[in-house]
Every structure is written in C-alpha cells, then in structure tokens.
Design a protein around this ligand. Structure first.
Ligand code: F6P
Length: 361
C-alpha cells in the first residue's frame, strides 16, 4: 500500500503529531509506504512537490507547530488559480491532480484539513481517487466530529491572552477588546471568553447591539476598578450590519472565501461614541495558531493519525476519522461539507448569561 499524505488549509497545532502517528504506525506495523505531498493540493497539481515520507522525516516533530509538509488554503484543483497574461484566472485542474495521483502510483490519499480540504478530497473521491480524511482546524467548525485537533491549543492561547489583558485593563481602568479567529463560528471566543472570565463575548451566531454592551460597561464603572474585558470573534457583526472583511474573496486568487478581520476595531469605534473610558483593541491573529500543541491536541492528532490507517486497511475509502464522545470512529467524508456553529441557546451560553456575561443581545 502506497499512500499520499497532504495537509491543506491554514496550519494548526497538531498537524505534525498526526503526520508522525500515520508514518510511525503505517511503517512499523502495517509496512505501508508514504509519499508526502507539499503545500496541500498544490503538490498534487504541480510537478516535483511529492517526496517519500519516512520515519526519518518524522523524528522530533511531535511537539512542533505547523506542518513539515507545508500547506495552502488557495490550492483547490477544482478552481486552481493560474496566471495568464498577467491576470489570475481560475481553472479546473482535477484531471491534472488525478493524473499526478496515478503517476505517483498511489493507492490512496490521506487528506488532513478543514472543511475546504476535506470537501475537495470528497469531490476527488467521487471522480475515482481513493481518499480518506482527518479533520483539523482551530475553528472547531466541522459538524462531522465533536472536536477537531488544533482547537484546544488555540483556545488555551486565547484564554491566556484574556488573562494577560486583565493586567492592563485592571491597572488602567480600560476597556480591552480581544479579537480572536474562528471564521463564522464563535467557539474560540465563547470558550476563551468564559475560561478567561470576560465581561462581554461577541460571536457571529448572536448579532450584537451596542446599547447592552455600553450598559454593561457602565454597570462595571461603578466599581472601584472599572475595567471591562470583551472577547470578539472575527466573524461577529452588529445586528443589521455585516462582517468586517480584511480582504475580499476576489482579491485572493484560488481561495474562494473572504478573509475576515477588523471586528474588534468596528466594535471599539461604536463604543467610543458612548463611553469615555479608554478602549484598546488587541488582534491575536496567527499567535493563536502557532507554537507547540497542547497534550490534548497531540493525543487527538495521534489518535486520528493511527485510526485513519484502520480505514485504509479496511477499505473504508471516502470516510474520515471523527471524535464522537470518547471514541474515534469513521464517518462519511461528505460530513466534512457540513459546518457547525455555536447554538445561541447552548448550555454554555445560558450559563454565561446567568453569571452576568453580556453577549450584546
Ligand atoms: O480556519 C482557520 C483560520 O485561522 C480562521 O480562523 C481564520 O479566519 C483564517 O484561518 C485565517 O486564514 P489566513 O491565515 O489565511 O489569513
């Protein structure tokens, strides 16, 4: 059995732990051969971006962030960005990807990624490529699995940021806004906001109004120390308004979706019209994706990496591994097409509200 391995989409903590799990179990126990495909699907379209992946390449990578294979969130064979006469155009290069797969003598592909990467794998599988998937993303927005790896690390980093912002907020009586990632899902903001004790949490699933947030800040201002900590998800937007976009989809060839960013600044500007306290915005950005994965992410990634080989061994192509309760189980790869978001009536949201946290609704 000769398998291609690729990591696609944004990098996230635990990718290397997963690659190591795949190669170690696959080589040692199952005697499979592996080909590392660089930069996601780019390595399946462009020549000379696929190389043997052996135990030697995986030594020492377990605690490292990022991915030794490189990744891309723009290389989609169905809409591949190519420059023609100085202009970017998108082309369907699935035939090239399928041919490369055959040229590399692959018996199957292990695709590691979020909804975009796994959806492409699922569509390639419909065209005859044998593929299995492993779900990753710091956004935790895939409905096919209870949790993706990468999320636990990002959540811990966001929580630490909330803790650290308390220092300046408290000392200067400021309103400190922390903007975190998550695309259209508010999990990172919700969890880190609650874990860090934020006073206001603003998520895309609950469009906000400025008035309740201003009220909350004023209520806190009667205390001796009158600071407020607000965690804002990058996808959050005011009721009746739109998301803050850092870059339009058409400005990013091949990516297919907008790049979000600026939600914290939008809220700060709105609040500044109503309050006198100093407001500062911190955008956590890629700090929340970087560095060493937590033990929980290393474990989940290792479990996914080992389990996905069961799917290959048992011929369960077109499936991905998923965490369901405490078990890692196969689910159809098509499940990756369904995204998940925070239920505005979820227990955690209700408990946070019952403790006085404002969601701006
Ligand atoms: O999907 C992971 C993620 O980090 C999102 O939370 C964020 O919106 C996006 O990727 C940022 O992507 P990039 O690093 O390409 O700007």
């Amino acid at each position: 059995m000769r398998l291609g391995v690729l990591t696609g989409g944004g990098d996230c903590p635990g990718l290397n732990a997963l690659i190591r799990g795949v190669i170690k179990r696959g080589t040692t126990e199952l005697k499979y051969e592996f080909v590392g495909i660089e930069n996601g699907y780019q390595g399946l379209v462009e020549p000379e971006m696929a190389h043997p992946l052996t135990l030697a390449e995986t030594r020492g990578i377990l605690p490292k962030g990022g991915t030794i294979l490189g990744t891309s969130n723009r290389a989609n064979p169905f809409q591949y960005a190519v420059k023609e006469a100085g202009k970017w155009v998108e082309k369907d290069l699935t035939e090239v990807a399928l041919r490369r797969y055959r040229e590399l003598s692959l018996d199957g592909l292990i695709a590691v990624g979020g909804d975009g990467t796994l959806c492409i794998a699922s569509r390639l599988a419909e065209l005859g490529m044998r593929a299995v998937g492993c779900p990753k993303t710091i956004d935790n927005d895939l409905s096919g699995t209870d949790q993706t790896f990468g999320y636990d690390t990002a959540r811990a980093i966001c929580t630490e940021a909330v803790d650290r912002l308390h220092t300046t907020a408290e000392s200067h009586d400021r309103v400190m806004i922390l903007e975190v990632m998550g695309r259209n899902a508010g999990f990172l903001a919700l969890d880190s906001g609650i874990a860090g004790g934020a006073d206001v949490i603003v998520i895309p699933e609950i469009p906000y109004r400025v008035e309740p947030i201003v009220e909350k800040i004023h209520r806190r201002a009667i205390r001796k120390r009158s600071f407020t900590i607000i965690v804002v998800s990058e996808g959050a937007f005011p009721a009746g308004g739109t998301q803050a976009v850092a870059q339009q989809a058409e400005e990013i060839p091949g990516r297919g979706v907008v790049r979000l960013g600026g939600a914290g600044k939008v809220l700060a500007d709105q609040l500044a019209e109503h309050i006198e306290a100093e407001i500062r915005v911190t955008v956590l950005g890629h700090l929340q994706r970087g560095g060493s994965p937590t033990a929980a992410d290393r474990l989940l990634a290792t479990r996914f990496g080992c389990k996905v080989l069961d799917l290959v061994r048992d011929g369960r192509w077109s499936h991905m591994v998923a965490l369901k309760g405490l078990e890692v189980v196969p689910v159809p790869l098509s499940e990756s097409r369904k995204v998940r978001s925070v239920d505005p009536n979820a227990e955690l949201v209700r408990f946070a509200k019952s403790m006085g946290t404002s969601f701006g609704d």
